[in-house]
Ligand binder design. Structure first.
Ligand code: 13P
Ligand code: SF4
Length: 354
């Protein structure tokens, strides 16, 4: 059997998959996938649908056969988000859902730290990531040794670690946070000072919402760090009536200049509940593609960047992943309990808040 691996070109991957699956776009395939297409037709060019539809059908069939569930982050492409995902959400929602899912296999459509978080919360389940190279510039910016050195420099100061980190970093942290609960977690931990890592911008944006002193780390998200206050001024000039909303991984000058900021889920909620006639989502580009299907009447204007890590996941490698049960995520035994404790503390704090 030929193998599809992370570097296999798309054309080649399709040819290999066609040896095991019928990937023809027939009238029957068109009919069965019509509901999904209706949701994404304004976002996916008509010419591309015959390639996606048979893959969607095969993935959904194989999911049942393998007792699998697909968790997909809000930054996944619309054909994944609307076509094959069972559960979609921001990092916090996906972490909470990972504690509730029944099937024995989880396919994580997102980046590696998200799959690791699911594995930590489900050590006895098989967690697959369709491309294990799907990293994150934040997760890559800090090591456990860095955290231990920070703790030595600031003895007794709690370490609040963004979930966008490796299990090894989580294992030496006191508690995790996501962009949707960062200020609440900082307020909930004891003391008047916290170390918050690795995202310097999320830490500075969070510091504005709490009276505590926040010690930062020098990490940043390669997708959000490039947005500037000048970009927002240009968007305002070009689209004076549009609401501009941004993710808190953007620099503080950007957050100050926009109408709303929040986690990916909070941004989606903002659009769905406020229904602004025109909106710019200053974040990853798939966000507006995904929410557009559920927010008719809202015009989405472009002001986004693509996360190359999120885009490593595609329908081809999801199908291959289910077919071959690759690539299983593993976490070293000794890291599971301490890393899981940091994630669980966050979930417990968040549940208390709700
Ligand atoms: P959310 O927790 O808001 O989904 O963010 C995750 C992420 O990676 C944003 O870049
Ligand atoms: Fe990491 Fe930024 Fe991509 Fe989110 S958007 S996964 S923070 S690199």
């Amino acid at each position: 059997m030929q193998l599809i691996n992370a570097t296999t070109p798309l054309e080649e991957a399709r040819a290999i998959l066609a040896e095991s699956f019928d990937l023809k776009f027939t009238k029957a395939v068109e009919r069965v996938t019509a509901r999904v297409y209706a949701k994404v037709k304004d976002r996916i060019p008509e010419i591309e649908w015959p390639f996606y539809a048979p893959l969607i059908l095969q993935i959904n069939r194989l999911k049942k056969e393998k007792d699998a569930v697909i968790l997909a982050h809000n930054y996944q492409a619309p054909q994944i988000y609307h076509g094959v995902a069972d559960i979609v959400g921001d990092s916090l929602q996906l972490a909470i859902e990972a504690t509730r899912v029944k099937p024995s296999v989880i396919v994580q459509c997102g980046v590696h730290f998200m799959a690791e978080t699911s594995k930590l919360l489900n050590p006895n389940k098989t967690v697959l990531i369709p491309d294990s190279r799907a990293g994150c510039s934040l997760a890559a910016s800090v090591t456990p040794e860095d955290v231990i050195a920070m703790k030595a420099q600031y003895p007794g100061v709690p370490v609040v670690t963004y979930v966008n980190t490796s299990a090894a970093v989580k294992a030496v942290s006191d508690v995790c946070c996501t962009s949707s609960n960062a200020a609440d977690i900082v307020d909930a931990v004891p003391g008047d000072t916290v170390i918050m890592l690795p995202d310097q911008f999320l830490a500075r944006n969070t510091a504005k919402k709490t009276s505590k002193k926040v010690i930062t780390w020098a990490g940043s998200c390669e997708v959000h760090e490039t947005f500037t206050a000048e970009d927002i001024a240009e968007l305002r000039h070009a689209y004076p009536t549009a609401k501009i909303i941004a993710h808190p991984e953007c620099p503080p000058e950007v957050i100050q200049a926009v109408d709303f900021s929040g986690s990916t889920a909070a941004m989606i909620d903002y659009v769905k509940s406020n229904r602004p006639p025109r909106v710019v989502m200053v974040t990853e580009c798939s966000m507006s593609d995904n929410v557009a299907a559920e927010a008719t009447g809202v015009e989405f204007l472009r002001g986004c960047n693509i996360c190359p890590h999120m885009k490593r996941i595609n329908l081809e490698n999801i199908l291959w992943s289910l077919h071959t049960m690759s690539e299983p995520v593993t976490v070293p035994e000794e890291l599971i309990a301490p890393a899981r404790a940091a994630v669980q503390r966050m979930i417990d704090y968040s549940r208390k808040r709700d």
